[in-house]
Design a protein around this ligand. Structure first.
Ligand SMILES: C[S@@+](CC[C@H](N)C(=O)[O-])C[C@H]1O[C@@H](n2cnc3c(N)ncnc32)[C@H](O)[C@@H]1O
Length: 277
């Protein structure tokens, strides 16, 4: 019997998994070793303990550009220009590096500026030119700065707008407390549900990125619904964990799409962007 026939014969018996075991072991060991090396390097080189930052793979960024192109109905070339715009914003990059270097919590933050999926938030704001963006969960203020940078560019082109960034932590948003970005950021400290209920201007773009429990995420989308401007867009940063925004879109007659990012050289599998419009 030749080797092929023997392999086929074994594949039909209980011996098959045993015969395939060495090959399977090598595959999984290679994968796990790579992950272990990346994790060990990160433990030594990074200071972050939550809300990790990283860059996206080229492919992941390309898929993100296509997501924005579809949900904003603009050519993907235009989205790619927006992404290049934020990545090439040296003033913002220098500001984040310097502020991080001097921040009270500098021991828990990396100085390298890595926006990950936030470049998608930027492109959406550039494409839709919202007058009022609401971001729940500001943390250091990295997303707030990215959103503010997009709003400042829109304003320079004759489409002013502001972002309300909500966080329960009084120390949050320190990156977004410097001009010119602070000129378009309203930082509100308090629980996001109460803060959403107190909003006195229509919301054109809403981003959930605070308490990622299913219950809290659902409460935020319920609370913001009566505050939305006609045709408003809803985003969630929690789409790899819950189906809350997809369910909300179904209930309210919206379309929904989800994107999952792929970080470069990071043990963390990445978050994503859920969009309802
Ligand atoms: C994932 S971080 C936000 C990340 C940020 N959007 C960015 O782009 O880096 C989550 C933040 O939500 C805040 N948070 C948690 N529960 C909250 C609540 N009930 N209301 C408002 N903010 C809350 C936390 O203090 C934390 O800073």
């Amino acid at each position: 019997m030749d080797a092929t026939k023997l392999r086929r014969a074994i594949a039909r018996t209980w011996l098959a998994p045993v015969a395939a075991f060495p090959k399977r072991l090598v595959r999984v060991a290679r994968y796990d070793t790579k992950l272990l090396k990346v994790s060990a390097r990160w433990l030594v080189t990074s200071r972050e303990h939550h809300n990790y930052t990283y860059d996206l793979t080229w492919l992941s960024k390309s898929h993100l550009a296509w997501l924005v192109s579809v949900v904003c109905d603009i050519p993907v070339k235009q989205v790619k220009r927006y992404i290049q715009e934020i990545e090439g914003d040296e003033q913002l990059r220098r500001h984040i590096e310097q502020t991080t270097r001097n921040a009270a919590r500098r021991g828990l933050a990396d100085r390298q500026v890595r926006y990950a999926r936030r470049v998608g938030w930027y492109a959406i704001v550039r494409a839709r030119r919202p007058e009022h963006v609401v971001e729940t969960g500001a943390d250091k203020g990295l997303g707030s700065c990215v959103l503010a940078a997009a709003l400042l560019r829109n304003a320079a082109e004759g489409h002013p707008g502001r972002v309300t960034s909500l966080d329960i932590n009084p120390e949050a948003g320190y990156l977004a407390r410097t001009a010119p970005w602070s000129d378009v950021v309203d930082l509100v400290i308090g629980d996001s549900i109460a803060a959403i209920e107190a909003l006195d201007r229509p919301v054109d773009l809403f981003l959930h990125d605070s308490d990622h429990s299913r219950t809290h995420e659902r409460r935020e989308f319920d609370a913001v619904e009566p505050k939305l401007a006609p045709g408003a867009m809803l985003l969630t940063d929690n789409v790899t964990v819950t189906n809350v925004l997809a369910d909300h879109a179904e209930r309210t007659g919206r379309r929904f799409l989800a994107y999952r990012e792929t970080p470069i050289n990071h043990w963390y599998p990445g978050d994503g962007i859920g969009v309802a419009w």
